[in-house]
Design a protein around this ligand. Structure first.
Ligand code: KQY
Length: 364
């Protein structure tokens, strides 16, 4: 059922990621101009992520008809359900719904318009209409009522909320001319307020350097609890991330959230610099209009791109000297959760990481 009202008008809001989940959604990767070697190494990486999450909560994975048998066989875990969902690629954070809940424990979903991170103005592939249908299909499977924003493009990875009225995003993404050029910053804030029931928007200028999503916040800065954020960080003045981190810190230090709190900012080191190898790039199909893969292009690797699940943190590792520091920090920040690190390089080669390939569904 598609509603014509808004979540705020109906008493629904987007809960924080740490609120209890009924399950996590994923989509099975197979796109050969994004995932090397026909997606086989990525499928192994996604399988490891799904099985790690499934130790904490149920997982549902959408898969194309062509890949159904393969995915079903590989995802052999009692807590993983496999359903057929056609798709253009595997980024359910961005193509799936943003779930909203009310005080009676009902769950609905916002189905944002999706344009593959920029449409024909820098987007990452075309066509994208099968991806644009993913959120609706998920909501129908779950019998959740749907709010659709036909005239408003948004990806779930471009926002984080604290569940208490504050949202963090980046100007680089939400004010980008390739998303909603017909809307001003104030009008964009109004859409966010109406659909997520937030009151305050904190605008970071940019996301991480070279993030092909145009600076999604989920690869750069996230909430760890109300009033506390975790920001990707470098002290290296020669790192192109240095001015981005400084600018973000300045905004965060001066911000007040919807409850009037000043934020505590924790710093997460950035791995690398990481680059794809020539061999890894050679495994990706070269298709006009798809993202270029080349060893000279720095990958936007980030430990901030983790998922909070019921009782756990599922975070990427990169076989990098900073992996241990990242784990220790996450364990300190989430003392009630078990931190599980899963190899994230293969997902990073496709342009994102664990948060980008997952979408939590809050518990009813
Ligand atoms: O990081 C994301 N949220 C999506 C990345 C898409 C990359 C497509 N190549």
């Amino acid at each position: 059922m598609t509603l014509t009202s808004t979540p705020r008008a109906d008493g629904f809001h987007m809960p924080a990621e740490w609120a209890p989940h009924s399950q996590t959604w994923m989509i099975w990767p197979e796109r050969p101009d994004n995932w090397r070697l026909g997606g086989k190494p990525a499928q192994a990486a996604f399988t490891a992520v799904a099985k790690a999450i499934a130790e904490f909560e149920p997982v549902t994975i959408g898969v194309s008809a062509k890949q159904y048998e393969n995915a079903r066989a590989r995802l052999d875990h009692a807590n993983i359900r496999v359903v057929e969902i056609s798709n253009d690629d595997a980024w359910v954070r961005d193509t799936g719904p943003t779930f909203v809940t009310n005080n009676q424990g009902e769950v609905r979903g916002v189905d944002w318009a999706f344009n593959a991170w920029g449409g024909f103005n820098g987007g990452l592939y075309a066509p994208w209409q099968t991806d644009d249908q993913v959120a609706r299909k998920i909501l129908e499977i779950e019998r959740c009522a749907r709010y659709r924003t036909d005239d408003f493009v948004l990806e779930g990875g471009s926002i984080h909320v604290d569940g208490e009225g504050t949202l963090i995003t980046t100007e680089e993404c939400l004010l980008n001319a390739n998303r909603n050029p017909h809307l001003s910053r104030e009008q964009i804030e109004t859409v966010l307020r109406e659909h997520l029931s937030i009151d305050t928007v904190i605008w970071l200028p940019d996301g991480l350097y070279n993030d092909e999503t145009d600076g999604h916040v989920d690869n750069f800065c996230c909430y760890v609890r109300p009033g506390e954020v975790l920001l990707a960080w470098t002290d290296d003045r020669n790192d192109p991330n240095y001015p981005r981190c400084q600018a973000a810190m300045q905004v965060l230090e001066n911000a007040r959230d919807a409850k009037g709190r000043q934020l505590v900012v924790h710093k997460m080191p950035i791995p690398g610099p990481l680059h794809a190898t020539a061999e890894e790039c050679a495994g990706v199909d070269m298709v006009d209009g798809s993202q270029e893969r080349d060893p000279s292009i720095r990958l936007a690797g980030s430990y901030v791109n983790f998922l909070i699940v019921n009782g756990g943190i599922i975070a990427p590792s990169f076989d990098d000297p900073k992996d241990a520091e990242a784990r220790t920090l996450l364990e300190q920040l989430f003392p009630e959760h078990r931190v599980v690190m899963v190899p994230g390089r293969e997902i990073l080669l496709g342009g994102g990481n664990i948060h980008c390939i997952t979408q939590q569904q809050p518990a009813a």
